[in-house]
Design a protein around this ligand. Structure first.
Ligand SMILES: Cc1ncc(COP(=O)(O)O)c(C=O)c1O
Length: 523
């Protein structure tokens, strides 16, 4: 059987089901047990000397038996992890359309730079005189970030977007307290379309959350915001471009209304990648905004980390930035690290050490290799690609806010699946069988059965065409009557079939019972 590109399909292993293997492996698709199932407590890949006698200082609490960790020889350990990695989907394997996550190509040049010994091998406790180049890089990165956003100051250290939100909102809280309004301004406005981290951040530091209701056009309206304003409002947390893939067209008016009410404008900058080089948040009235380096500036997401979420601050909030920060002292750079050295920094530090140095290097390498024209083009291409997907699918899939131009991501809902017996989740699972990571599903909550697709600028036209063709095939199959098990039972071809997510959430089994040899060794 040939696929769309005329190449033999994997099912060209026709009859695979009819010829099960003895091992359960399917050629390169290997069955890989847990390391605890293949490891042995008495095997090791390294040869360590017996430790010299020492006096324990744990007051009799020291462990007496072996821990029972599974041991493997070096080649076994290598194979185990390489095989596991081959079961995973990554940006280096294919198009990764997760909306709001911006899974763009991680350029190899950036990886190379991060591994230069002067950056890769330094230690955060080294004397400052020995890491002048690294400090200079941090200063330069900060300069680029405040220039691109037209803001005044930057706190580099937050380690993710959500952490950046915490930093920015703590700066806002500190500014409010400095004005003596800490007791009265305790409400934060958060639109219904916001990422869950926004209300969570506000609540975490003691604010009450007042939702801004969703409108049918997907935009936040200044009238709705104004109605909710009062002397108790500390800030709004507004995402721009928003999570529906739209640029907030009343953002300037909203900023003005917020400022007139004596409150601050926190912008969730997760989608900054759509406007770099095109619009500067400082010009729109933003007071604080985090920038996910792992989205906008192509640093790897890395399985949940290491993210990096620097926060840029307006002149009004700059005095409330946390430590550490870099200063110039004559010819040399200094790092202000301790709250005691920066009495004006109201809440000390947010991270151990200085943040994600490796990500700083990669992000600056991305910026320098693109240049200002390249960064602008990246934003334009990201928007063009999302609109190309919108145009390629809008006759089959429904758009909750009408068929109007989007920014870097396009949001579909599940109205087109009505009465088909197929759900958004089924479409996502069927995409896995087709060799794609699913798009973001069921977010944002303002669109029923949301499917949020963000192709990024990394994808070629050929790659987008194939993706669109695949989704069209699935859409036609889902809506054309007939057998739906292709969807409802998917994925069929992944290393793991569909999990019972409800059971996993309601009745999680968090304890793994070791097989007997390891259990005995641990006794
Ligand atoms: C709109 C929005 N805000 C905040 C975040 C949180 O960022 P992070 O995952 O880096 O903590 C995300 C992450 O996807 C997001 O999409």
């Amino acid at each position: 059987m040939l696929n769309r590109q005329g190449r033999p399909t994997a099912a060209g292993a026709a009859g695979a089901e009819a010829h099960p293997t003895f091992t359960g492996n399917r050629a390169l698709a290997q069955v890989e047990p847990l390391i605890f199932e293949i490891g042995h407590a008495d095997v090791t890949g390294v040869d360590l000397d017996e430790p010299e006698a020492f006096e324990p200082r744990l007051g009799g609490l020291e462990r007496e038996g072996a821990i029972g960790l599974p041991g493997l020889s070096e080649p076994e350990a290598m194979r185990h992890y390489v095989r596991l990695s081959q079961m995973n989907y990554g940006i280096d394997t294919g198009l990764f359309p997760l909306g709001s996550c911006t899974m763009k190509h991680n350029a190899r040049l950036n990886e190379r730079m991060a591994r230069l010994p002067g950056f890769g091998d330094i230690h955060p406790l080294q004397p400052v005189s020995t890491v002048q180049g690294a400090l200079d890089l941090m200063r330069e990165l900060g300069r680029y970030l405040v220039t691109l956003t037209n803001m005044t100051a930057v706190a580099l250290s937050p380690k993710a977007g959500a952490h950046g939100e915490l930093c920015g909102m703590m700066a806002i809280k500190a500014a409010i307290e400095a004005k003596g309004e800490g007791a009265t301004r305790n409400v934060v406005l958060v639109p219904d379309s916001a990422h869950g981290t926004n209300p969570a951040t506000a609540a975490l530091i003691g604010f009450k959350v007042r939702p801004v209701p969703a409108r049918e056009d997907g935009w936040v309206h200044v009238d709705d915001v104004t109605k909710l304003l009062g002397p108790d409002v500390a800030a709004i947390m507004l995402t721009n471009p928003n999570t529906c893939g739209l640029f907030e067209n009343q953002v300037v008016e909203i900023a003005r209304a917020i400022h007139d009410a004596g409150a601050y404008f926190y912008c969730d900058g997760a989608n900054f990648n759509a406007i770099v080089g095109k619009a500067r948040p400082g010009d729109l009235g933003v007071d604080a905004m985090h920038i996910n380096l792992h989205k906008t500036f192509s640093t790897p997401h890395g399985g949940g980390g290491p993210g990096s979420g620097p926060v840029v601050l307006s002149a009004r909030l700059a005095p409330f930035a946390p430590v550490p920060f870099v200063t110039i002292d004559g010819d040399s750079l200094q790092l202000v690290e301790h709250a005691a050295d920066a009495p004006e920094a109201p809440f000390g530090r947010l991270t151990a050490f200085h943040g994600q140095m490796g990500m700083y290097v990669r992000a600056l390498a991305y910026m320098l290799s693109h240049g200002s024209d390249g960064m602008r083009q990246a934003s334009e291409d990201a928007v063009l690609n999302a609109n190309y997907i919108r145009a390629g699918l809008s006759d089959l899939m429904s758009l909750p806010f009408g068929d109007k131009p989007c920014m870097h991501e396009v949001l579909f809902d599940d109205a087109w699946l009505k009465d088909t017996g197929v759900t958004t989740l089924d479409i996502a699972k069927a995409m896995i069988d087709e060799g794609y990571h699913p798009m973001t599903v069921y977010f944002p909550l303002v669109a029923h059965g949301a499917m949020l697709i963000e192709p990024t600028e990394s994808e070629s036209k050929a790659s987008l065409d194939l993706f669109i063709a695949t989704l069209r095939d699935l859409a036609i199959a889902a809506t054309s009557g007939g057998d739906k098990t292709r969807f409802t039972g998917a994925p069929y071809h992944a290393p793991r079939r569909r999990l019972d997510e409800t059971r996993a959430a309601r009745n999680p089994i968090l304890k793994w019972t070791p097989p007997t040899p390891l259990a005995e060794a641990a006794e």
